[in-house]
Design a protein around this ligand. Sequence first.
Ligand code: HEM
Length: 408
Amino acid sequence: MSRTVPVPHGLPVERDAGPFDPPRRITELRESRPVSPLIFPDGHEGWLVTGYDEVRRLMADTRFSSRQDIGPLHMPYEMPGMPPVTEPSPQEPGLFIGMDPPDHTRLRRMLTGAFTVKRMKMLEEHINDIAERQLDEMARLTPPVDLMKEFALPVPSLVICELLGVPYADRKTFQANSTKFLEKDISLDEKIAAFTGLTTYLSELVTSKRAAPEEDILSDLARNDDLSIEELTGIGFLLLIAGHETTANMLGLGTFALLEHPRRLAELRADPELLPEAVEELLRHLSVVDILYRYATEDIELGGETIGKGSTVLVSLLAANRDPRRFDDPGTLDVHRSARGQLAFGHGVHQCLGQQLARIEMRAGFAGLLRRFPTLELAIPAREVKLKTNMNIYGVHALPVTWTGSAS
Ligand code: HEM
């Protein structure tokens, strides 16, 4: 394997190969050195893993700690003022995405029952109704409209608010803070302010649920006295953010991708049975949660390299999902392929808890949108669509769309 590609300084994020494809430098690295050193902006050396096999192996190996993944202070080297990390970050109560077993296991286990395939199947009809109602509202508007604002964000927000028992009417407060929290180029103070805004809101909410539980997931958790208010708040924070920012970006970017691939879109419209496979393929192709962080708790061999104890390791799920060693013709969006094994939901003990819910929301969302808006198209040139390269979850900031005639 060649070692000629220079070590990147900072993570390449510019989408110079097009809005749906990994940055060129990331693709070059995967081909030449799938486990590559990376120099962070502060000069500190870490690693970037881009090959499918290597990413999968890493994610299955709990010697790579997750205690860097989330929390106001945990995105190492990204924000000005961030101290260098020399040991796993302290854990934030309840934020089990940033914990390792057995702490992670204890909290995740309390939630698996609420997110089983069976429980999610029971919600399917209701989620279809939520999507249809939102499309009714969009159809009443005069185009052009912003699809993110009118459809892609409201559907998963309504669903997760209802599941958790978070009043949807409060969304202005939590959405502004959650968007801010996920921004990359903000100061540490701003990040902490967004985190505190959200957790103060949620802490009051779970305290009232503990006093008077209702029929929702946060109330069910609040009935369990083993969980402190801080833990309940952290769990609520994680589920609320993970539950709407991710799916919203998949619906928005997914629609953009389909509109840019008219043949694929026509195939899907002609045969809606293709939708489940198409959703899997869109997940693979777009991988909106791209970069994950891990921390090596000991020296670990991976892909012929030795990752030293104490290193910060970045993983690119998008690069892995575009690895030609795993998927034929990986750059092609092919709604007929089986994208099984795609890593958009991660892998290993932290694999996405909400993946069945997300799949149902995406099937409902895309099915309704394609059926009811047969003439949907972009209202601006594709190159003018603003991409979220400044966020920890990829997508579009807005997607202006239009249609002719009246939507059904
Ligand atoms: C974890 C992606 C939707 C809840 C993850 C991880 C990924 C991911 C990649 C692994 C993170 C890691 O290993 O560090 C996605 C994508 C989604 C989606 C692409 C939509 C298309 C959802 C939804 C929920 C959710 C709807 C609803 C509750 C979670 C939680 C975790 C998680 C709680 C942490 C699991 C753990 O640490 O054990 N997600 N997610 N996600 N996701 Fe999702």
